[in-house]
Design a protein around this ligand. Structure first.
Ligand SMILES: Nc1ncnc2c1ncn2[C@@H]1O[C@H](COP(=O)(O)OP(=O)(O)OP(=O)(O)O)[C@@H](O)[C@H]1O
Ligand SMILES: [Mg+2]
Length: 623
């Protein structure tokens, strides 16, 4: 098949591309930005293009040599010439093979390089996004942006280059050579083309819609698998599901993938068949008419052979070029989808003249803080949430006029009904979100003016359901303090009351914690998270206590771990446990985003207000 096979695949890919991209609007600067991305590859691109041109020219020479072999060599009974030309053909073939290798080498170097550049850029940009961005976007959509679009952009980029340049040169040279041999036959060959192109377009349109549908159906099927096979989903299915229903659902989705697969195969085949058929029909005409002319001596035999050889090099490039608009637009759109992510400004960024928070015993101060969660439009991209337009409705006020101070070394407990805004307060202190009004400051520095490094260094947080990366216990600990020694790790684990358990594991610190740390119980995971925090030894500790009721032994272990973690540190704890509120220096009762009561356990209890109420329903029954 050689170059012909490749050309056919390329035109097929081109025709199955979504032609509606022609109507998309491309931002003005996109083209320039693509050039900028490509600019490190200027030299490689230059060589690549040169190779494409040489290849196109070399491809046009061969049929002319065939003609010489037949007319001058065979018919002229000149053995030497035949042998010489045969060697020339052989040499050209070897040269062509080398060229195609070199061409692939350069297109791969450029293509993979572009992929690398774009991927690393998108990754590091997404890293800077605030947590609000991740709560809105679908992980799948993000990963697909890093994989498919980046891939599509580079594929289209190298494809378009080789298609436009290589095919354009090839077509022009072939038509010149053919017209030189016989303009009548050239004209006829060109006239046949529409008979192929029209059905190709028609099939192309069907192919596009089938390809698109196949994508969706495949995605549906994959979602079913991913949802059912992750631990949480599997658990839900086991507890509430009915395996028969699950099977039926999956069979139905897999069945549709099967059916569309058959359809797709048939349409693809028809596309190829019609392409081959046109070429064969044209060849028949040239042989027929050319042969007759050759008998009448109006033509040399070699001319007929050369013309038919050219036909093969005419249709594929022309087909590919006929769809070039779609190819170019596909490339532009893919690039644009990647740029779109890179352009999204991180809502929470470090100021240029950011100050360092003094790393010492810390005071936390919230001053008339108001907060509402940002709208989707402020933090995210519609295309990443698979919705047409982003929600602009403002969330209701989650915190209003919250003012309090936590003095160095003291513990503040937050209590209140669910949804009151307790976790939100912690997230504001860690600057996972920015306040709408009012300031949060640590050691006198507004967190909005602080460097990220100093903010991260001074505080540590343990969430209700702490996350562990799918890695060893050691690696998860080192994430908080990369230079920690084994001894320090052991100490932290001991203080967090989890060392006896880890010591007993066959692989000790090298034990893998499964996806989301699944092989640990909830209480164990929280203690491991505390160990991670102790290793970091921050001045501020924030704890969102697990609501889950623990057995008394784990409860005692957890309490001891908490005590060690909080000792001598400034802390904010969302309390679900009695011992925490009893030990707190200050208790804030939060309701509907406001601090409604403030004091110690004793004074608050005496007030007989919301706190007393909560205490009697939530805390006093738990020991
Ligand atoms: N990412 C978010 N976007 C929009 N609204 C949110 C978001 N997270 C929380 N909220 C809303 O903000 C309010 C306060 O939530 P928060 O998580 O602070 O409550 P909480 O006091 O910690 O409750 P719980 O005790 O159940 O953990 C809730 O009404 C919640 O619906
Ligand atoms: Mg909460």
């Amino acid at each position: 098949m050689g170059p012909r096979g490749h050309g056919m695949r390329q035109s097929f890919r081109s025709f199955s591309r979504d032609s509606s991209v022609k109507n998309s609007k491309i931002a003005k600067g996109t083209f320039k930005r693509i050039l900028k991305f490509a600019s490190p590859y200027k030299k490689l691109l230059g060589i690549f293009l040169a190779v494409i041109i040489i290849d196109a020219v070399a491809g046009v020479i061969n049929p002319l040599i065939f003609k010489e072999i037949i007319d001058k060599g065979i018919l002229g009974k000149n053995t030497t010439l035949v042998v010489q030309l045969a060697f020339l053909v052989a040499g050209l073939s070897i040269f062509g093979a080398l060229l195609s290798f070199v061409q692939r080498y350069f297109s791969a170097r450029i293509g993979e390089g572009l992929i690398f550049d774009m991927r690393t850029k998108v990754f590091s940009h997404i890293q800077q996004m605030p947590i609000a961005f991740f709560t809105r976007t679908q992980t799948g959509a993000l990963v697909s942006r890093l994989n498919n679009d980046v891939l599509g952009a580079q594929e289209a980029f190298t494809d378009v280059l080789s298609t436009v340049i290589g095919n354009a040169i090839s077509v022009i040279l072939v038509i010149i050579a053919m017209a030189f041999l016989s303009w009548q036959l050239t004209l006829i060959s060109l006239l046949i083309l529409p008979f192929f192109l029209l059905p190709a377009r028609w099939f192309g349109r069907h192919l596009q819609s089938i390809t698109r549908e196949a994508y969706t159906l495949n995605a549906d099927m994959n979602i079913t698998m991913i949802e059912r096979f992750n631990v949480a989903g599997a658990m839900l299915a086991k507890l509430f599901g009915n395996p028969k229903n699950e099977d039926t659902l999956f069979q139905e989705r897999a069945g549709r993938v099967r059916d569309i697969g058959v359809n797709q195969a048939m349409y693809t085949r028809i596309f190829f068949i019609s392409l081959m058929l046109t070429a064969s029909l044209a060849t028949a005409i040239v042989y027929g008419w050319g042969g007759v002319l050759a008998i009448q001596k109006a033509f040399e035999v070699g001319t007929v052979v050369a013309l038919t050889a050219y036909l093969g090099r005419l249709y594929q490039p022309l087909t590919a070029l006929s769809n070039i608009q779609v190819d170019i637009m596909t490339a532009l759109v893919s690039f644009e989808r990647v740029f779109e992510v890179i352009d999204l400004p991180p809502m929470i960024a470090e100021k240029k003249d950011a100050k360092k928070i003094p790393q010492e015993a810390a005071t936390i101060n919230l001053d008339h803080v108001f907060f509402r969660y940002p709208t989707a439009e402020e933090v995210s991209l519609a295309s990443l949430e698979s919705v047409a337009t982003l929600d602009k409705t403002k969330s209701r006020e989650v915190l209003s006029d919250v003012t309090f101070t936590v003095k160095p070394g003291q513990m503040t407990a937050l209590v209140g009904p669910t949804g009151a805004g307790k976790t939100t307060i912690m997230q504001l202190v860690a600057r996972l979100y920015d306040t709408t009004k009012g300031t949060v400051s640590i050691n006198g520095v507004d967190v909005k003016d602080a460097t990220f490094d100093s903010l991260h260094a001074i505080l540590g947080m343990v969430t209700q359901d702490p996350h562990m990366f799918h890695d060893t216990i050691k690696a998860n600990l080192l994430y908080a303090k990369p230079d920690a020694t084994e001894k320090q790790m052991k100490k932290a684990l001991e203080d967090a009351q989890i060392w006896p358990l880890i010591e007993k594991l066959p692989n000790g610190l090298d034990t893998m914690v499964g996806e989301r740390g699944y092989r640990l119980s909830g209480g164990e995971k929280q203690r491991l998270a505390i160990a991670r925090l102790l290793l970091k030894a921050p001045h501020i500790v924030m704890l969102d206590e697990a609501t889950a009721h623990l057995d008394s032994e784990s409860e005692r272990a957890l309490q001891k771990a908490f005590e060690t973690a909080l000792a001598g540190r400034t802390s904010i704890v969302i309390a679900h446990r009695l011992s925490t509120i009893l030990n707190a220096d200050q208790i804030l009762v939060i309701n509907h985003g406001k601090i409604v009561e403030k004091g110690t356990h004793k004074t608050l209890l005496a007030k007989r207000g919301l706190y007393a109420n909560l205490y009697h329903t939530q805390f006093s029954t738990k020991k």
